[in-house]
Write a protein that binds this ligand. Structure first.
Ligand code: MLT
Length: 327
């Protein structure tokens, strides 16, 4: 028996998954289904992005990557489960600017550390947010909405996907910029928020563009501003928040894949390469871009740039969010 065979036999007998992974094991990966935890409800921006990433990885590796929606606590329930999972490559997390950066400032009792509990695999895409109001709300522009919100603060309902989510974070920046404290209505994701907006049950949300885009196009809700520096080609009539007079309301959401800390490097490398190659595929790019997402340049997508982005976003956002929440 050579050393690789002995190591494989030892791992099989003992079930010790944390033993150093051999080259042969990495080549056989994935030998069974891989769970991709999406920490929000099915049908929203995180879920759809996670399902596209899972399809890419399935296609590129020949394995089976299956999304599991674990909503709750603004993404912290699912992200905590992923952080505590066995670091064997069979549990991954679709995280974003909320779970991997904003949560740290917004949740004093966060049960995981986004800086140290994960291995970054790669970015899946970026999306600006849209500030969207229900169709029946009188304001038609951001300026009108600001005036309306100030005059009707006590009866205004802002929907969000939990403290620490990006819908919470984006609208926190908006509310803080105009000095309002509306009633906050939490959901397990923004897919159910879309239903509540369509049913006139809540007044507004700040959501990554992928969620509201089809409803805005169908004339079922009104997009008043986009949080990117430039207007979006999918909605060229919607002004940027800076154009509409609120440059502080500026946020771009990264979505990325992460594995629990300690996942063997050959496995992380395999996943990172599969994601990188899969995102270069024209069909995969089209699938994301028609939904409003953008795929960053290769140099910004891999494990090291994603890990660096997590750190810079934590450093950039923490003082802003602590000031906005008075903490
Ligand atoms: C979702 O996918 O439900 C939302 O993007 C979650 C969030 O607001 O962070």
């Amino acid at each position: 028996m050579n050393r690789i065979t002995i190591a494989l036999a030892f791992a099989a007998l003992t079930g010790i998954s944390g033993a150093p992974i051999s080259a042969a094991q990495a080549q056989n990966y994935p030998a069974r289904a891989v769970t991709v935890i999406v920490p929000f409800a099915a049908g929203g921006p995180a879920d759809i992005t996670g399902r596209i990433a899972a399809d890419i990885l399935s296609k590129q590796t020949g394995g089976q990557f299956v999304v599991e929606n674990v909503g709750g606590a603004g993404g912290a329930t699912g992200a905590t489960r992923a952080a505590r999972a066995a670091p064997d490559g069979y549990t991954l997390l679709l995280g974003h600017l909320g779970t991997q950066a904003a949560s740290l400032a917004l949740n004093p009792n966060l049960a995981y550390n986004p800086r140290t509990d994960f291995e970054a695999i790669g970015m899946v895409g970026e999306q600006p947010e849209l500030l969207v109001v229900r169709q029946s709300l009188p304001p038609k522009t951001l300026k009108e909405f600001v005036a309306y919100a100030k005059a009707n603060e006590s009866k205004l309902n802002m929907a969000h996907a939990g403290v620490g989510s990006v819908s919470y974070t984006g609208c926190l920046l908006f509310n803080n910029a105009i000095g309002i404290k509306p009633t906050l209505v939490p959901f397990t994701g923004t897919a159910p928020v879309m239903n509540a907006l369509l049913a006139d049950q809540v007044d507004y949300v700040c959501d990554p563009i992928l969620g509201p885009l089809p409803h805005v196009r169908a004339g079922k809700m009104k997009a008043l501003a986009i949080t990117s520096a430039q207007r979006h080609p999918a909605l060229p009539d919607v002004p940027t928040s800076a154009e509409a007079g609120l440059p502080q309301f500026n946020i771009t959401i990264f979505f990325g894949l992460f594995a629990p800390k300690g996942t063997p490097k050959p496995t992380v490398d395999r996943l990172a390469a599969a994601l990188m190659t899969g995102l270069d595929d024209e069909a995969a790019q089209k699938r994301l871009t028609v939904l409003g997402a953008s795929i960053p340049d290769k140099s910004r997508r891999g494990p090291a740039p994603l890990a660096a982005l997590v750190n810079t976003e934590i450093e950039r956002l923490t003082p802003i969010l602590k000031a906005a929440t008075g903490k």
